[in-house]
Ligand binder design. Structure first.
Ligand SMILES: Nc1ncnc2c1ncn2[C@@H]1O[C@H](COP(=O)(O)OP(=O)(O)OP(=O)(O)O)[C@@H](O)[C@H]1O
Ligand SMILES: [Mg+2]
Length: 266
């Protein structure tokens, strides 16, 4: 099966020998959050990253987003080294981070200040509709459910038409049912936009439902332990035998990666 991941020759994201150490910060020793991470994400690919809490997933995503400093190694997006945030890299965090005093449409418009008024209105309408929120344009974040607020965050991240969308546990705060619905939404949006997508999650099912490949990370230091290609046709059947077999293999890898962690001491 040919996936979008195999199309195109230039990597959308290229990470080489990426390491990040946090110094001190209340600990007796420096903390090696990432060590020698090498990863390529092809244009249009969905890469899912799973790993235990604290293994460096957000640090990795923040480096790609240009929100982290003081790391070593290189991070390139579209062949250009990342030196800071860019509208070409949309980010969605676990909490929606919408501006509470702005409406849905104003929050999305906030991401495209450079557009002329008419184009801005059209872009906002298109993206509000893309995430299924037509009719809620004038609502404030406090008037939305958790899932709706995350949809607005996705619309805001996509409005500048980024080449790369970075999702950091975007559905972590949602209940299991809404979470599955949102995963289907993301799939639909990705099929419409074909942006390169990096998804960080604790949820192996979520990673398997969405990812072209699933990266399992180790903790302290955060490294790439193993990469699983997911060659299942979309939309994926979470109840299929193939899905269950891959889930089991990733579970085993995930728990073996945790077994090496030192015991927590006070
Ligand atoms: N600003 C910071 N200062 C000091 N240490 C930090 C900082 N940010 C992260 N760390 C440390 O780096 C390690 C990796 O953190 P990171 O947030 O990347 O983990 P994570 O895999 O995203 O975890 P979670 O799944 O809980 O979100 C952790 O041990 C954390 O304590
Ligand atoms: Mg995190």
């Amino acid at each position: 099966m040919t996936t979008q991941a195999e199309v195109g020759s230039v990597s959308a994201i290229r990470l080489r020998q990426l390491s990040k150490t946090y110094e001190g910060h209340g600990r007796t020793e420096d903390l090696v959050a990432l060590r020698d991470v090498n990863l390529d994400v092809a244009p249009g690919e969905v890469l899912a990253v799973v790993g235990a809490s604290g293994c460096g997933k957000s640090t990795l995503l923040r480096i790609i987003a240009g929100l982290e400093r003081g790391h070593i190694g290189t991070a390139e997006v579209g062949g250009t080294p990342v030196t800071g945030p860019s509208p070409d890299r949309g980010v969605v965090f676990q909490e929606h981070r919408l501006l509470p005093w702005l409406t849905v449409e104003q929050n999305v418009a906030f991401a495209v200040p450079h557009l002329a008024p008419r184009e801005r209105r059209e872009t906002v309408a298109e993206h509000v509709s893309l995430v299924g929120l037509r009719g809620f344009e004038r609502c404030y974040p406090a008037q939305l459910s958790g899932g709706m607020a995350q949809r607005v965050a996705i619309a805001r991240a996509l409005a500048p038409r980024p080449g790369v969308l970075l999702l950091d546990e975007p559905f972590g705060a949602l209940d299991a049912f809404t979470r599955m619905q949102m995963q289907e939404e993301v799939l639909r949006i990705w099929e419409a936009e074909r942006t390169t997508l990096v998804l960080v999650t604790h949820d192996i099912d979520e990673a398997l439902f969405l990812g072209d490949r699933v990266v399992v990370m180790t903790s302290r230091p955060g490294t790439v332990r193993r990469i699983f290609p997911v060659e299942l046709r979309r939309p994926r059947d979470r109840t299929s035998w193939e899905f269950a077999a891959l889930r089991k293999a990733i579970h085993q890898e995930f728990f073996q990666s945790r077994a090496r962690e030192p015991e927590f001491q006070i």
